[in-house]
Design a protein around this ligand. Structure first.
Ligand code: ADP
Ligand code: ZN
Length: 721
């Protein structure tokens, strides 16, 4: 069993090598399970931190960890990043010259490597297998494990034979990792890689730092340019349906001075690689692409993803938007939604020959339409689709930030429930609407459904209004649509609550998609941040690696806020490990010192206008806390939130503390009011050895306990404590 000592050792590796203070949810348990020699199957979203789950045990266990990864460019990137942290890692694939291959194999056979990244087809070659049998192996990690499945979105024939590993090396623990959210694919992976006995670690697939926005497509170019104004200098991807649209849009953006490039399968390989590389190195800011772009791009600081056209399915939408914000910083996903696109896709689907396949495609499209036209929290719809319920609205999507008007729809829900029950769960949404509205079309008459009690019970609403109600009831979990049976509507257990006295509150139907959304400004100490980015670029150029290999945006953001002026202080910043401290510490401290001298060392505090970028210091939010945040963002006061949630005001303030600690924004200075600056000043000057209660007692301003904690959390989040 994993001992306490082993856990401590793992945390030390995390801090010393990678510079991080704490494990993310599940990372530590996964690592410990491997340390025990057990197999594991890890399902974690993009950006969840999968890499550390095998890197750390590979370093801690005896022998070399073998990592299988599908793309040559990703291998190089990972090995560069590890080398920059001082880890002994190498890769073995077809991009190496003969002499380089030989050197890698020699290091491997001499037991010098902690990690070796191998292309799947090389791994299972006879010669390589015979080498593997001679060297001590710490473990196998199969990254992007969904490549083994034909169900998945990125099947690779080279992956198929990886299942053999389990038989050839029964004693070496094996770890498979994927970000696929689709249940079908997950089961297939488990079968093919023979992971039936492996422990499964399923993380939440929520990506809380991505804000989902949908806007009605009117003048896409203008809309996109406006959106980009909110993200000066940021990296992003814009997806279009066709090559022609990609090229047109890229040219138009260039004309407007945006550093953009086109990417699609029709562009020659060499140029495509260059575009990708320039994007990785921050030389190109915006990539306009067909869905051909993405898989090979492991760029942590993609700040936005725009869908110029309707994605094919919710799975694709989740995948593509998921490329934003891997580093955990605030990011946005904007989709432009137009009915023209829907009709286009419908026509394409009509041409699909195979009936079953056509049905699946229709269902996928309908789910995508339902998402786009949703009047309920987008995140809830998205996660609900993947079977992960979100109890409370998220507070970070266009619907939550600017909620539609609601009404008590209990009576309609009752009628709908009755109808679905009378139809015995055998009919789709369109049919249910027809019955409710009292249609006497041939099918209904033939089925004698014009004799049902609920037939015509909803004649007072039109078909669009009913569709909106039924969709919302699905989104709220009262009904499901059974894909395997032509999306037939079924009542869920939750539907029992309809009519039990608990009201069903739905959004009022509005034709068209809501266009406006509020945007929270995002600001950090830009001048210093820019200087740090420039230094990072110079170092990256010199070493010929992508900039994020030196330090991530998260690390630079924290530096620009906390302004460490010594190497010891620098080391307390997330992402600064021993090795990087030695290599780059001096250069970064130098720039920070110089900046501080010129700027009179102003620390970032809020003047009520700037919205600083908060650094998460605690875990993510639970449901009630996110609900508080969504209510707070609607402009409710603490008292109002307390009343709505049925809790005390002190509890709401505790939520506020958690929210700030999770790195989410609440305007604490404005909340505290005119005394805020005085309090901040007095805390700056407080005796560092005094206890918190002493410090609080000595403040000239009388603060409640909760308010005091809130100010402390704020100071930590903006990096002054
Ligand atoms: P995934 O492979 O799941 O998409 P990565 O392994 O690339 O995710 O991790 C995403 C980002 O999060 C990386 O920048 C990584 O360094 C960072 N990260 C991972 N684990 C931690 C942690 N415990 N603390 C802070 N940052 C972390
Ligand atoms: Zn939401």
């Amino acid at each position: 069993m994993a001992t306490k000592k082993m856990r401590e050792k793992a945390r030390k590796v995390l801090k010393d090598v990678f510079g991080y203070d704490a494990f993310r949810p599940m990372q530590e348990d996964i690592i410990m399970s491997l340390m025990d020699g057990k197999d594991a199957f890890v399902l974690m979203p993009t950006g969840g931190g999968k890499s550390l789950c095998y890197q750390i045990p590979a370093m801690m266990r005896k022998g070399t960890g073998i990592v299988v990864s599908p793309l040559i460019s990703l291998m190089k990137d990972q090995v560069d990043a590890l080398t920059a942290c001082g880890v002994n890692a190498a890769y073995y694939n077809s991009s190496l010259k003969a002499a380089e291959s030989k050197e890698v194999l020699e290091r491997f056979e001499a037991g010098e490597l902690d990690l070796l990244y191998v292309a799947p087809e090389r791994l299972l070659s006879k010669t390589f297998l015979s080498k593997l049998e001679k060297v001590e192996l710490a473990m196998f990690a199969i990254d992007e494990a969904h490549c083994v499945s034909q169900w998945g979105h990125d099947f690779r024939p080279e992956y198929v034979r990886l299942g053999e590993l389990r038989d050839i090396f029964p004693d070496v623990p094996l770890l498979a990792l994927t970000a696929t959210a689709d249940e079908h694919t997950r089961e297939d992976i488990s079968d093919r890689l023979r992971l039936g006995k492996a422990k499964r670690f399923v993380a939440s697939f929520d990506r809380p730092n991505i804000r989902y926005l949908v806007a009605e497509k009117r003048q896409p170019l203008t809309q996109i340019l406006q959106f980009l104004e909110g993200w000066p200098n940021a990296s992003g991807v814009i997806y279009c349906l066709s090559r022609k649209r990609v090229e047109d849009l890229a040219v138009n953006l260039q004309r407007h001075g945006i550093v953009a490039a086109a990417y699609h399968a029709g562009i020659p390989g060499r140029s495509r690689e260059k575009v990708q590389d320039d994007f990785l190195r921050d030389r190109i800011k915006v990539i306009v692409a067909t869905i051909a772009f993405g898989m090979g791009v492991d760029k942590p600081n993609v700040r936005f993803v725009i869908h110029h056209d309707l994605p094919k399915s919710i799975e694709s939408y989740y995948q593509e938007t998921g490329r934003a914000g891997r580093d955990g910083l605030e990011s946005e996903a904007l989709m432009l939604y137009g009915s023209g696109d829907v009709n286009l896709v419908r026509r394409l689907i009509e041409n699909v020959e195979n009936i079953d396949q056509r049905r699946v495609e229709v269902h996928k499209l309908n789910s995508m339409v339902a998402f786009s036209e949703a009047l309920t929290c987008r995140r809830r719809v998205l996660l609900g689709y993947f079977g992960e319920p979100l109890e409370e609205p998220c507070g970070n999507c266009d619907i939550c930030l600017d909620p539609p008007e609601t009404y008590d729809a209990t009576e309609y829900a009752e009628v709908a429930l009755k109808c679905v029950k009378e139809l015995k769960g055998n009919y789709g949404m369109g049919y249910v609407v027809d019955v409710l509205r009292g249609s006497k079309n041939a099918r209904i008459v033939e089925n004698k459904h014009d004799k049902l009690k609920s037939h015509g019970a909803g004649a007072d609403l039109n078909a669009d209004e009913w569709t909106s109600i039924l969709r919302q009831l699905v989104h709220h979990g009262y009904f499901i649509q059974d894909v395997s049976r032509r999306a037939a509507m079924l009542a869920t257990k939750k539907a029992e609550r309809i009519g039990s006295g608990e009201p069903v509150i739905l959004a009022k139907y509005q034709p068209g998609v809501r266009r406006q959304f509020k945007r929270l400004g995002m600001k950090r100490d830009e001048p210093l941040f820019k200087k740090l980015v420039k230094l990072r670029e110079e170092l990256a150029d010199k070493e010929d690696v992508p900039p994020h290999v030196i330090f991530s945006d998260v690390t630079l953001t924290e530096m620009s806020q906390r302004k460490p002026e010594s190497e010891a202080d620098l080391q307390t910043i997330s992402g600064v490990g021993q090795h990087k401290l030695e290599l780059y510490g001096e250069a970064f401290v130098e720039v920070i010192k110089e900046h501080a001298a010129n700027e009179g060392n102003k620390k970032t505090t809020s003047d009520g206008k700037d919205i600083p970028m908060l650094i998460a210091k605690g875990p993510g939010l639970n449901d009630t806390q996110s609900y508080t945040l969504s209510l707070q963002r609607k402009g409710m006061s603490v008292a109002e939130i307390a009343a709505t949630q049925g809790v005390s005001e002190a509890t709401v303030l505790k939520h506020y503390v958690a929210i700030i600690r999770a790195g989410q924004y609440i305007d604490v200075p404005a909340f505290i009011g005119e005394d805020f600056d005085t309090i901040m000043q007095e805390l700056d000057d407080a005796d560092p050895y005094a206890s918190l209660s002493e410090i609080k007692r000595d403040l000239s301003v009388d603060l409640g306990n909760e308010e005091f904690r809130l100010v402390l959390a704020w100071r930590e989040a903006i990096g002054v404590a």
